[in-house]
Design a protein around this ligand. Structure first.
Ligand code: NAD
Ligand code: DAU
Length: 341
């Protein structure tokens, strides 16, 4: 019997990369195809441990290139499409929104068309809680799947637009889809432009850590492996057309996160530097995951265990993040922040 083919887009990035490794190891009877354009956020060195495995395949391609995507789909006839590929950083969307529309909106629409053409069994669209906008600081309020979409950044607006297209392809053409909306992930291979890996790498180098505004904004942190398990469940058990929120009730202010990392690494809080706030900075995200829990999902990490494991991973894998923060990343950092290097 031929193996089931699973297409993972964006599998050279942070979450897609963790998901590719999770799938290749968990399902030897699936052929896992990692399709990625290898933008600044994509890196294949993370897959050195699986690249020779018979059920792992890599294809370099841009999801917004219709002809290329159609020819790959026609050749491989995928059963599952798990769609992570995106421009994912809010700050970059504020300085350069155009590429977010091209990749996140147009790229998703092309994948939906190609999935329709070959008749996939399931298309899982990996989205974000940011499409719901922001919550205030009342700790009893949460995003549910019924919360109206109200994105505030060009990034979240592009993700919300892609969510609406995914929904429409289900309603109009009956494409078997699910949308997952996850809170902030952290864990191994998190690109050091994002708060947690940026803080770890800078604290380890005794450099200032930029905290936007007053540091009181709240995010709901989920370990990336718990996110991978959620997507595994949704791809196999999700009811077609349904949205599932993913989050683990781990709300922390940004300042709490930064102070936890500094304390764990035995450094001084004098490394904290408050800088100009992000434009349109969402106050708080918090997920109600009841619907996914009713499907059978439960996170395995709380924030304390997850952040300790993550800090240890960055200590053990210095060569990975050091090669990333050299080169182009330096130019990005200098443009984005006006604090000392
Ligand atoms: P990432 O930026 O680390 O990785 C994105 C990957 O997509 C990279 O490997 C990049 O090369 C690839 N890519 C970008 N444009 C492409 C294109 N045109 N064609 C093919 N590949 C392309 O992102 P991430 O943090 O791993 O996020 C993955 C997905 O999960 C995104 O859709 C994001 O919106 C969503 N999400 C992220 C988080 C989070 O906390 N990081 C939380 C919820 C949802
Ligand atoms: O909620 C899910 C989203 O989480 C995903 O959809 C996005 O792809 C992902 O990037 C993430 O978005 P955030 O904007 O929440 O993540 P980021 O790590 O950029 O910022 C986390 C918080 O930390 C946010 O309130 C802004 C703040 N921050 C961030 C950076 C990079 C700082 O204070 N200083 C910084 O230098």
């Amino acid at each position: 019997m031929s193996k089931k083919k699973v297409l993972v887009t964006g599998g050279a990035g942070f979450i897609g990369g963790n998901f590719v490794q999770y799938m290749v190891n968990k399902y030897p009877d699936y052929d896992v195809f990692n399709l990625d354009q290898l933008t600044y956020a994509g890196d294949l060195t993370k897959h050195s441990g699986i690249e020779k495995m018979a059920n792992y395949h890599f294809v370099k391609a841009d999801i917004s290139d219709r002809d290329v995507i159609f020819s790959i789909f026609e050749k491989e006839n995928f059963e599952y499409v798990i769609h992570f590929a995106a421009e994912s950083h809010v700050d970059r969307s504020i300085t350069d929104p155009g590429i977010f529309v091209q990749t996140n909106v147009l790229g998703t629409q092309i994948l939906l068309d190609a999935s329709r053409a070959v008749g996939v069994t399931k298309f899982v669209h990996v989205s974000t809680d940011e499409v719901y906008g922001e919550l205030d600081f009342d700790p009893t309020t949460f995003f549910t799947e019924e919360t109206p979409l109200k994105p505030n950044s060009p990034y979240s607006a592009s993700k919300a637009s892609s969510d609406l297209l995914v929904r429409a392809y289900h309603e109009t053409y009956g494409l078997p889809v699910n949308i997952t909306r996850c809170s902030n992930n952290y864990g191994p291979y998190h690109f050091p432009e994002k708060l947690i890996p940026l803080t770890i790498s800078r604290v380890l180098n005794d450099q200032k850590v930029p905290v936007y505004g007053d540091g009181k904004n709240i995010r709901d942190w989920l370990h990336v492996i718990d996110h991978c398990a959620a997507i595994d469940l949704v791809m196999h058990e999700g009811v077609n057309g349904e949205v599932y929120n993913v989050g683990g009730h781990n709300e922390r202010t940004n300042l709490e996160v930064v102070k936890t990392i500094i304390k764990t690494l035995g450094k001084s809080e004098e490394l904290i530097e408050f800088v100009k706030d992000r434009l349109g900075h969402d106050k708080r995200y918090a997920i109600d995951p009841t619907k996914l829990e009713n499907l059978g999902w439960k996170p395995t990490y709380n924030f304390e265990t997850g952040i300790a494991q993550t800090i240890q991973w960055y200590l053990d894998n210095k060569e990975w993040w050091e090669q990333i923060i050299s080169g182009d990343y330096q130019n990005y950092f200098e443009k984005q922040y006006s604090i000392n290097k």
